[in-house]
Design a protein around this ligand. Structure first.
Ligand SMILES: *Cc1c(COP(=O)(O)O)cnc(C)c1O
Length: 389
Protein backbone atom coordinates (compact mmCIF):
# COMPACT_ATOMS: atom_id res chain seq x y z
CA UNK A 1 0.00 0.00 0.00
CA UNK A 2 1.74 3.14 -1.17
CA UNK A 3 0.95 6.25 0.84
CA UNK A 4 0.39 9.59 -0.84
CA UNK A 5 3.25 11.98 -1.47
CA UNK A 6 2.00 14.30 1.26
CA UNK A 7 2.60 11.59 3.85
CA UNK A 8 6.01 10.80 2.43
CA UNK A 9 6.90 14.48 2.39
CA UNK A 10 6.16 14.90 6.10
CA UNK A 11 9.37 16.03 7.80
CA UNK A 12 11.06 13.41 9.98
CA UNK A 13 9.72 13.43 13.51
CA UNK A 14 12.63 15.08 15.24
CA UNK A 15 11.59 14.06 18.69
CA UNK A 16 11.57 10.36 17.74
CA UNK A 17 15.20 9.90 18.81
CA UNK A 18 14.65 11.59 22.16
CA UNK A 19 11.38 9.67 22.68
CA UNK A 20 13.32 6.45 22.19
CA UNK A 21 15.91 7.55 24.74
CA UNK A 22 13.15 8.48 27.22
CA UNK A 23 11.61 5.03 26.86
CA UNK A 24 15.04 3.41 27.36
CA UNK A 25 15.74 5.51 30.45
CA UNK A 26 12.34 4.66 31.95
CA UNK A 27 12.88 0.97 31.22
CA UNK A 28 16.13 1.19 33.18
CA UNK A 29 14.20 2.62 36.12
CA UNK A 30 15.40 6.25 35.73
CA UNK A 31 13.05 8.79 37.34
CA UNK A 32 12.56 10.91 34.22
CA UNK A 33 11.55 14.59 34.61
CA UNK A 34 10.05 15.98 31.45
CA UNK A 35 10.46 19.70 30.79
CA UNK A 36 9.61 18.98 27.19
CA UNK A 37 5.87 19.34 26.81
CA UNK A 38 3.82 22.54 26.70
CA UNK A 39 0.79 21.11 28.44
CA UNK A 40 -0.38 22.71 31.74
CA UNK A 41 -0.01 20.40 34.75
CA UNK A 42 -2.73 22.23 36.70
CA UNK A 43 -6.39 21.21 36.38
CA UNK A 44 -9.11 23.10 34.54
CA UNK A 45 -10.77 25.64 36.91
CA UNK A 46 -13.54 24.21 39.09
CA UNK A 47 -16.35 26.40 37.77
CA UNK A 48 -15.66 25.15 34.23
CA UNK A 49 -15.55 21.49 35.28
CA UNK A 50 -18.82 21.87 37.27
CA UNK A 51 -20.55 23.53 34.31
CA UNK A 52 -19.38 20.67 32.09
CA UNK A 53 -20.73 18.08 34.54
CA UNK A 54 -24.10 19.79 34.43
CA UNK A 55 -24.17 20.26 30.64
CA UNK A 56 -23.23 16.67 29.80
CA UNK A 57 -26.42 15.57 31.58
CA UNK A 58 -28.65 17.82 29.44
CA UNK A 59 -30.14 15.87 26.49
CA UNK A 60 -30.25 19.00 24.30
CA UNK A 61 -26.46 18.89 24.21
CA UNK A 62 -26.30 15.31 22.96
CA UNK A 63 -27.06 15.90 19.30
CA UNK A 64 -24.92 17.15 16.42
CA UNK A 65 -23.73 20.65 17.25
CA UNK A 66 -24.10 23.50 14.76
CA UNK A 67 -21.13 23.68 12.37
CA UNK A 68 -20.01 27.23 13.00
CA UNK A 69 -20.36 27.00 16.80
CA UNK A 70 -23.20 27.91 19.16
CA UNK A 71 -24.26 31.54 18.76
CA UNK A 72 -23.87 31.90 22.54
CA UNK A 73 -20.25 30.67 22.37
CA UNK A 74 -19.41 33.03 19.53
CA UNK A 75 -21.04 35.88 21.46
CA UNK A 76 -18.98 35.00 24.54
CA UNK A 77 -15.85 35.18 22.35
CA UNK A 78 -16.89 38.58 20.97
CA UNK A 79 -17.62 39.90 24.50
CA UNK A 80 -14.25 38.65 25.70
CA UNK A 81 -12.43 40.37 22.81
CA UNK A 82 -14.26 43.58 23.58
CA UNK A 83 -13.42 43.46 27.31
CA UNK A 84 -9.87 42.22 26.96
CA UNK A 85 -8.64 44.01 23.82
CA UNK A 86 -11.24 46.66 22.99
CA UNK A 87 -11.81 44.82 19.69
CA UNK A 88 -15.40 44.65 18.45
CA UNK A 89 -16.39 41.50 16.55
CA UNK A 90 -19.62 40.47 14.86
CA UNK A 91 -20.24 37.04 16.44
CA UNK A 92 -22.18 35.86 13.35
CA UNK A 93 -19.64 36.77 10.70
CA UNK A 94 -16.32 37.34 12.39
CA UNK A 95 -16.01 34.34 14.72
CA UNK A 96 -15.92 30.61 14.01
CA UNK A 97 -15.42 27.95 16.67
CA UNK A 98 -12.67 25.39 16.24
CA UNK A 99 -11.93 21.95 17.69
CA UNK A 100 -8.84 23.50 19.27
CA UNK A 101 -6.94 26.17 17.37
CA UNK A 102 -4.61 23.52 15.90
CA UNK A 103 -7.55 22.26 13.85
CA UNK A 104 -8.13 25.67 12.25
CA UNK A 105 -4.41 26.29 11.74
CA UNK A 106 -4.15 22.95 9.93
CA UNK A 107 -7.19 23.67 7.72
CA UNK A 108 -6.77 27.34 6.81
CA UNK A 109 -4.34 26.53 3.98
CA UNK A 110 -7.08 24.48 2.28
CA UNK A 111 -9.00 27.76 1.91
CA UNK A 112 -6.31 29.79 0.13
CA UNK A 113 -3.47 27.61 -1.11
CA UNK A 114 -3.38 25.99 -4.53
CA UNK A 115 -0.65 23.51 -5.43
CA UNK A 116 2.55 25.48 -5.99
CA UNK A 117 1.52 28.45 -3.85
CA UNK A 118 3.70 29.79 -1.07
CA UNK A 119 2.97 30.45 2.61
CA UNK A 120 5.26 32.51 4.81
CA UNK A 121 6.05 30.54 7.95
CA UNK A 122 8.13 31.44 11.03
CA UNK A 123 11.26 29.37 11.78
CA UNK A 124 11.52 28.30 14.57
CA UNK A 125 7.78 27.81 14.92
CA UNK A 126 4.83 25.63 15.80
CA UNK A 127 5.10 22.81 13.22
CA UNK A 128 1.43 22.90 12.16
CA UNK A 129 1.81 26.04 9.99
CA UNK A 130 4.16 24.26 7.59
CA UNK A 131 2.33 20.92 7.76
CA UNK A 132 -1.04 22.52 6.87
CA UNK A 133 0.71 24.26 3.98
CA UNK A 134 2.17 20.95 2.79
CA UNK A 135 -1.21 19.17 2.98
CA UNK A 136 -2.71 21.84 0.72
CA UNK A 137 0.06 21.28 -1.83
CA UNK A 138 1.85 24.51 -1.01
CA UNK A 139 5.41 25.34 -0.09
CA UNK A 140 6.60 27.08 3.06
CA UNK A 141 8.99 29.99 2.76
CA UNK A 142 10.71 30.11 6.13
CA UNK A 143 11.00 33.49 7.82
CA UNK A 144 13.96 33.23 10.21
CA UNK A 145 13.24 34.43 13.75
CA UNK A 146 16.61 35.74 14.88
CA UNK A 147 17.67 36.83 18.34
CA UNK A 148 19.08 40.12 16.98
CA UNK A 149 15.60 40.99 15.67
CA UNK A 150 13.88 40.10 18.94
CA UNK A 151 12.68 36.89 17.28
CA UNK A 152 10.38 38.88 14.96
CA UNK A 153 10.51 38.13 11.22
CA UNK A 154 12.27 40.70 9.04
CA UNK A 155 9.59 41.40 6.42
CA UNK A 156 11.99 43.49 4.34
CA UNK A 157 14.20 40.41 3.88
CA UNK A 158 11.44 38.49 2.07
CA UNK A 159 12.20 38.57 -1.66
CA UNK A 160 9.55 40.49 -3.67
CA UNK A 161 8.84 37.54 -5.97
CA UNK A 162 8.20 35.34 -2.91
CA UNK A 163 5.92 37.95 -1.31
CA UNK A 164 3.98 38.27 -4.58
CA UNK A 165 3.31 34.53 -4.68
CA UNK A 166 2.52 34.21 -0.98
CA UNK A 167 -1.04 33.46 0.17
CA UNK A 168 -0.83 33.20 3.95
CA UNK A 169 1.59 34.54 6.54
CA UNK A 170 1.67 32.81 9.92
CA UNK A 171 2.93 34.50 13.07
CA UNK A 172 2.59 33.69 16.76
CA UNK A 173 3.08 36.21 19.60
CA UNK A 174 3.67 35.72 22.46
CA UNK A 175 5.82 33.16 20.71
CA UNK A 176 6.28 29.45 21.07
CA UNK A 177 9.12 28.40 21.33
CA UNK A 178 11.14 31.62 21.84
CA UNK A 179 8.94 33.36 24.44
CA UNK A 180 9.30 36.59 22.40
CA UNK A 181 6.56 39.23 22.24
CA UNK A 182 5.52 41.48 19.36
CA UNK A 183 5.32 45.25 19.33
CA UNK A 184 2.34 47.23 18.02
CA UNK A 185 4.75 48.71 15.44
CA UNK A 186 5.53 45.26 14.11
CA UNK A 187 1.81 44.46 13.80
CA UNK A 188 1.28 47.77 11.95
CA UNK A 189 4.12 46.95 9.55
CA UNK A 190 2.55 43.55 8.99
CA UNK A 191 -0.78 45.13 8.01
CA UNK A 192 1.02 47.31 5.43
CA UNK A 193 2.96 44.33 4.07
CA UNK A 194 -0.17 42.15 3.80
CA UNK A 195 -2.05 44.94 2.00
CA UNK A 196 0.77 45.49 -0.46
CA UNK A 197 1.04 41.83 -1.46
CA UNK A 198 -2.55 40.69 -0.83
CA UNK A 199 -1.57 38.17 1.83
CA UNK A 200 -3.83 36.80 4.57
CA UNK A 201 -2.24 37.21 8.01
CA UNK A 202 -2.92 34.31 10.39
CA UNK A 203 -1.93 35.27 13.90
CA UNK A 204 -1.76 32.44 16.43
CA UNK A 205 -2.55 34.11 19.77
CA UNK A 206 -2.57 31.05 22.06
CA UNK A 207 -0.46 32.75 24.77
CA UNK A 208 -1.86 36.28 25.07
CA UNK A 209 -3.10 35.65 28.63
CA UNK A 210 0.20 34.40 30.01
CA UNK A 211 2.29 37.55 30.55
CA UNK A 212 4.73 38.36 33.39
CA UNK A 213 5.53 41.40 35.50
CA UNK A 214 2.31 43.10 34.40
CA UNK A 215 2.88 42.51 30.67
CA UNK A 216 -0.41 42.14 28.76
CA UNK A 217 0.02 40.98 25.19
CA UNK A 218 -1.94 42.77 22.46
CA UNK A 219 -4.24 41.12 19.95
CA UNK A 220 -3.22 41.51 16.30
CA UNK A 221 -6.83 42.60 15.70
CA UNK A 222 -6.20 45.76 17.75
CA UNK A 223 -3.98 47.03 14.96
CA UNK A 224 -5.75 49.51 12.66
CA UNK A 225 -6.62 47.67 9.42
CA UNK A 226 -5.86 44.20 10.83
CA UNK A 227 -9.38 42.97 10.22
CA UNK A 228 -9.01 43.87 6.52
CA UNK A 229 -6.05 41.54 6.11
CA UNK A 230 -6.30 38.70 8.56
CA UNK A 231 -7.57 36.56 11.36
CA UNK A 232 -6.42 35.50 14.78
CA UNK A 233 -6.48 31.97 16.18
CA UNK A 234 -7.16 31.63 19.86
CA UNK A 235 -7.92 28.89 22.29
CA UNK A 236 -8.90 28.06 25.85
CA UNK A 237 -6.14 25.44 26.03
CA UNK A 238 -3.35 27.37 27.70
CA UNK A 239 -5.39 30.13 29.38
CA UNK A 240 -7.73 27.78 31.26
CA UNK A 241 -5.70 24.55 31.38
CA UNK A 242 -8.08 23.00 28.85
CA UNK A 243 -5.73 21.36 26.34
CA UNK A 244 -7.66 18.10 26.46
CA UNK A 245 -11.08 19.65 25.88
CA UNK A 246 -10.44 20.73 22.28
CA UNK A 247 -12.03 24.14 21.97
CA UNK A 248 -10.78 27.26 20.26
CA UNK A 249 -11.79 29.77 17.63
CA UNK A 250 -10.70 32.01 14.79
CA UNK A 251 -11.78 35.66 14.71
CA UNK A 252 -11.31 38.57 12.34
CA UNK A 253 -11.85 39.11 8.61
CA UNK A 254 -15.38 37.95 7.69
CA UNK A 255 -14.40 36.55 4.27
CA UNK A 256 -11.61 34.45 5.73
CA UNK A 257 -13.84 33.25 8.58
CA UNK A 258 -16.51 32.28 6.06
CA UNK A 259 -14.00 30.34 3.93
CA UNK A 260 -12.67 28.48 6.96
CA UNK A 261 -16.22 27.70 8.07
CA UNK A 262 -17.04 26.33 4.62
CA UNK A 263 -14.05 23.95 4.65
CA UNK A 264 -14.95 22.82 8.16
CA UNK A 265 -18.60 22.16 7.28
CA UNK A 266 -17.30 19.54 4.88
CA UNK A 267 -14.88 17.92 7.30
CA UNK A 268 -16.11 18.02 10.90
CA UNK A 269 -19.38 18.49 12.72
CA UNK A 270 -18.46 21.07 15.30
CA UNK A 271 -17.67 20.90 19.02
CA UNK A 272 -19.74 18.96 21.58
CA UNK A 273 -22.19 21.60 22.82
CA UNK A 274 -21.53 20.78 26.47
CA UNK A 275 -17.89 21.76 25.87
CA UNK A 276 -18.94 24.99 24.18
CA UNK A 277 -21.11 25.85 27.20
CA UNK A 278 -18.21 25.08 29.54
CA UNK A 279 -16.13 27.32 27.25
CA UNK A 280 -18.64 30.14 27.78
CA UNK A 281 -18.25 29.60 31.52
CA UNK A 282 -14.46 29.94 31.17
CA UNK A 283 -14.64 33.11 29.05
CA UNK A 284 -17.05 34.71 31.51
CA UNK A 285 -15.05 33.91 34.65
CA UNK A 286 -13.45 36.66 36.69
CA UNK A 287 -9.65 36.89 36.72
CA UNK A 288 -9.06 34.81 39.88
CA UNK A 289 -7.82 31.79 37.94
CA UNK A 290 -5.62 33.78 35.56
CA UNK A 291 -3.98 35.67 38.44
CA UNK A 292 -3.17 32.44 40.26
CA UNK A 293 -1.88 30.83 37.08
CA UNK A 294 0.43 33.76 36.33
CA UNK A 295 1.70 33.74 39.92
CA UNK A 296 2.59 30.07 39.62
CA UNK A 297 4.32 30.40 36.22
CA UNK A 298 6.15 33.53 37.40
CA UNK A 299 7.58 31.57 40.31
CA UNK A 300 8.67 28.74 38.00
CA UNK A 301 10.06 31.14 35.39
CA UNK A 302 12.12 32.94 38.04
CA UNK A 303 13.50 29.77 39.56
CA UNK A 304 14.40 28.49 36.07
CA UNK A 305 16.23 31.69 35.14
CA UNK A 306 18.00 31.76 38.52
CA UNK A 307 19.08 28.14 38.18
CA UNK A 308 20.34 28.62 34.62
CA UNK A 309 22.16 31.82 35.60
CA UNK A 310 23.91 29.99 38.43
CA UNK A 311 25.01 27.39 35.87
CA UNK A 312 26.55 30.03 33.60
CA UNK A 313 23.74 30.93 31.20
CA UNK A 314 23.01 34.57 30.45
CA UNK A 315 19.36 34.83 29.44
CA UNK A 316 16.69 37.44 29.83
CA UNK A 317 13.51 36.20 31.49
CA UNK A 318 10.70 35.88 28.93
CA UNK A 319 7.87 38.46 29.19
CA UNK A 320 5.24 35.88 28.30
CA UNK A 321 4.43 32.21 27.49
CA UNK A 322 5.18 29.03 29.41
CA UNK A 323 8.62 28.59 27.82
CA UNK A 324 12.24 29.46 28.44
CA UNK A 325 14.31 29.41 25.23
CA UNK A 326 18.01 29.06 25.95
CA UNK A 327 21.17 28.55 23.90
CA UNK A 328 22.89 25.16 24.03
CA UNK A 329 26.47 25.32 25.33
CA UNK A 330 29.11 25.91 22.64
CA UNK A 331 30.15 22.77 20.78
CA UNK A 332 26.80 21.00 21.03
CA UNK A 333 24.04 20.53 18.49
CA UNK A 334 20.64 20.86 20.13
CA UNK A 335 19.85 17.16 19.79
CA UNK A 336 23.22 16.20 21.27
CA UNK A 337 22.68 18.52 24.22
CA UNK A 338 19.19 17.14 24.88
CA UNK A 339 20.51 13.56 24.67
CA UNK A 340 23.42 14.32 26.99
CA UNK A 341 21.18 16.02 29.58
CA UNK A 342 18.77 13.10 29.51
CA UNK A 343 21.53 10.57 29.88
CA UNK A 344 23.28 12.37 32.73
CA UNK A 345 20.28 13.67 34.66
CA UNK A 346 17.09 12.00 33.45
CA UNK A 347 15.75 15.45 32.50
CA UNK A 348 14.02 15.99 29.16
CA UNK A 349 14.38 19.30 27.31
CA UNK A 350 13.26 19.93 23.73
CA UNK A 351 15.98 20.39 21.11
CA UNK A 352 15.47 23.62 19.18
CA UNK A 353 15.91 21.93 15.81
CA UNK A 354 12.50 20.33 16.36
CA UNK A 355 10.98 23.76 15.62
CA UNK A 356 12.95 24.41 12.44
CA UNK A 357 16.50 24.95 11.19
CA UNK A 358 16.75 28.33 12.93
CA UNK A 359 15.92 26.64 16.22
CA UNK A 360 19.28 24.89 16.05
CA UNK A 361 21.58 26.12 18.81
CA UNK A 362 18.73 26.37 21.33
CA UNK A 363 16.66 24.22 23.65
CA UNK A 364 13.25 24.82 25.17
CA UNK A 365 12.17 24.34 28.77
CA UNK A 366 8.47 24.23 29.51
CA UNK A 367 7.20 25.63 32.82
CA UNK A 368 4.29 23.21 32.99
CA UNK A 369 6.00 20.75 35.33
CA UNK A 370 5.23 20.70 39.08
CA UNK A 371 7.50 23.21 40.84
CA UNK A 372 9.32 20.67 43.02
CA UNK A 373 10.15 18.58 39.94
CA UNK A 374 11.51 21.65 38.18
CA UNK A 375 13.72 22.37 41.22
CA UNK A 376 14.82 18.74 41.32
CA UNK A 377 15.74 18.91 37.61
CA UNK A 378 18.17 21.80 38.15
CA UNK A 379 19.58 20.21 41.32
CA UNK A 380 20.51 17.24 39.12
CA UNK A 381 22.06 19.55 36.48
CA UNK A 382 24.23 21.14 39.15
CA UNK A 383 25.36 17.77 40.48
CA UNK A 384 26.10 16.50 36.98
CA UNK A 385 28.05 19.65 36.13
CA UNK A 386 25.81 20.73 33.29
CA UNK A 387 26.82 24.32 32.65
CA UNK A 388 26.94 26.83 29.82
CA UNK A 389 30.61 26.52 29.00
C1 LIG B 1 -0.61 25.11 22.39
C2 LIG B 1 -0.58 25.88 21.14
C3 LIG B 1 -1.74 26.08 20.40
C4 LIG B 1 -3.07 25.63 20.96
O1 LIG B 1 -3.53 24.52 20.40
P1 LIG B 1 -5.01 24.03 20.68
O2 LIG B 1 -5.28 23.22 19.47
O3 LIG B 1 -5.91 25.22 20.78
O4 LIG B 1 -4.96 23.23 21.93
C5 LIG B 1 -1.68 26.80 19.23
N1 LIG B 1 -0.52 27.34 18.83
C6 LIG B 1 0.61 27.22 19.53
C7 LIG B 1 1.84 27.90 19.09
C8 LIG B 1 0.62 26.46 20.70
O5 LIG B 1 1.76 26.32 21.38
Amino acid sequence: MKTADRIQKLPPYLFAEIDKKIAEAKAKGVDVISLGIGDPDQPTPDNVVKRMQYETAQPENHRYPSYEGLPAFREAVADWYSRRFGVELDPDKEVVSLIGSKEGIAHISLCYVNPGDINLVPDPGYPVYAIGTLFAGGTSYKMPLLKENGFLPDLSAIPTEVARKAKLLFINYPNNPTGAVATQEFFAELVRFAREYDIVVCHDAAYTEIGYDGYKAPSFLQTPGAKDVGIEFHSLSKTYNMTGWRIGWAAGNAEVIEALGRIKTNIDSGIFEAIQKAGIEALQSDDTHIKKMIELYTHRRNLTIEALTKLGWQIKPPKATIYVWAPVPPGYRSSEFAAMVLEKTGVVVTPGLGYGDYGEGYFRISLTTPTERLEEAFRRWEEAGITYA
